[in-house]
Design a binder for this molecule. Structure first.
Ligand SMILES: [Zn+2]
Length: 179
């Protein structure tokens, strides 16, 4: 049974959704350790279709002093370096990210050849909880569907929202450009 709060552009069976939910919960739990070490409150991982972990990285905008260093971008970069290619498509990879990809990361995923995306907390909730500006976005689920990229969102979102609320309660940096 597919939960009614799932945001998706493709079908999914119970077994796949269960695995994705478990991986997302683990990622959200692991994210706390990254935050404690100075990372931004977002973590991403890439798996191949045999279940092998290919890459994993957190947001490192503050540490690296680089506004591009979102978790998704860092993870895609790591995977491409590891597999020595700019085109991940032949590897049939799945990206997990603890929050919905922002405007930049939607573009980054599009360019990477990632085939499937699972995300946790929606951009709307990220903005409400943290004050980050996730950017305006096109109808990206449909645009991704046209390009045969499957997206499943709102996966284990309550656990992800809790981590974000703790991040803000701990007065960690909400890094963004001055407007
Ligand atoms: Zn991003």
């Amino acid at each position: 049974m597919t939960p009614t709060n799932l945001l998706s552009n493709a079908p999914i069976d119970d077994e796949q959704l269960k695995l994705a939910t478990e991986r997302m919960e683990n990622l959200q739990e692991e994210l706390k350790t990254y935050i404690a070490q100075g990372s931004g409150p977002f973590l991403a991982a890439i798996y191949d279709d045999k279940g092998n972990l290919i890459a994993k990285a957190a947001n490192s905008v503050v540490q690296a002093k680089c506004s591009h260093n979102h978790a998704e971008m860092n993870t895609i970069k790591q995977a491409e370096e590891k597999l020595n290619t700019f085109d991940l498509a032949p590897y049939n990879l799945t990206l997990y990210t603890t929050a919905e990809p922002c405007l930049m990361c939607v573009g980054g995923i599009l360019w990477s050849g990632i085939k499937t995306v699972f995300y946790g907390v929606t951009s709307k909730r990220v903005e409400e909880i943290t004050g980050f500006d996730e950017g305006f976005k096109p109808d990206w689920l449909n645009e991704f569907k046209k390009r045969k990229i499957r997206v499943y969102g709102n996966i284990a979102a309550p656990a992800g929202e809790k981590v974000l609320r703790e991040y803000i309660a701990d007065k960690k940096p909400v890094y963004k450009p001055t407007r």
